[in-house]
Ligand binder design. Structure first.
Ligand code: ZN
Ligand code: ZN
Length: 157
């Protein structure tokens, strides 16, 4: 997409601030949504900045707060993209192509696959608790890092 033909993230932000006075939109070096602070963090210099802004706003409008298992995170991501694509895309006249959505979801799928593979035998494990997986083949348990919604791209790039 040719960025010179796109309206700037700045003009979109002004609209969003008017439309959602209960939310705070704050510049950051990454995209994420903080339910605790009711703040959407936006990296206006990123590729697809407008699209990702609508994605984070979707998390906010869908009241996404927390999740316990990685597969739940993937579902939150799917739901946020669906809302951005079907509702916000038209409202703010920002096209969201399916490739961008699938690339984003693939990042999460790869991340979950890597986390859920047993370090001892590579069998796919089961997430027993928030941060603990168990191997169904060799019974090995392993811990995984905490993940923040939408903060995964920085590790994947
Ligand atoms: Zn194993
Ligand atoms: Zn997200």
């Amino acid at each position: 997409m040719d960025s010179t033909t796109m309206p700037s993230t700045h003009s979109i932000l002004n609209k969003l601030k008017q439309d959602f006075p209960n939310l705070t939109f704050q510049p950051a070096d990454d995209f994420w949504w903080s339910a605790a602070n009711k703040t959407v963090y936006i990296d206006s210099l990123a590729d697809n900045s407008q699209i990702l802004t609508l994605h984070e706003l979707s998390h906010a409008l869908l009241n996404h707060t927390n999740y316990e298992r990685d597969v739940e995170l993937l579902q939150l991501e799917r739901d946020a993209w669906e809302y951005a694509r079907t509702v916000l895309s038209n409202k703010y006249d920002i096209p969201i192509d399916n490739e961008t959505i699938q690339n984003h979801l693939d990042t999460y799928r790869h991340w979950i696959y890597a986390r859920s593979s047993c370090p001892q035998c590579s069998t796919n494990g089961v997430q027993k608790k928030e941060r603990i997986y168990t191997c169904i083949s060799c019974n090995h348990n392993w811990r995984v890092n905490e993940a923040r919604v939408c903060a995964l791209r920085r590790y994947a790039q």
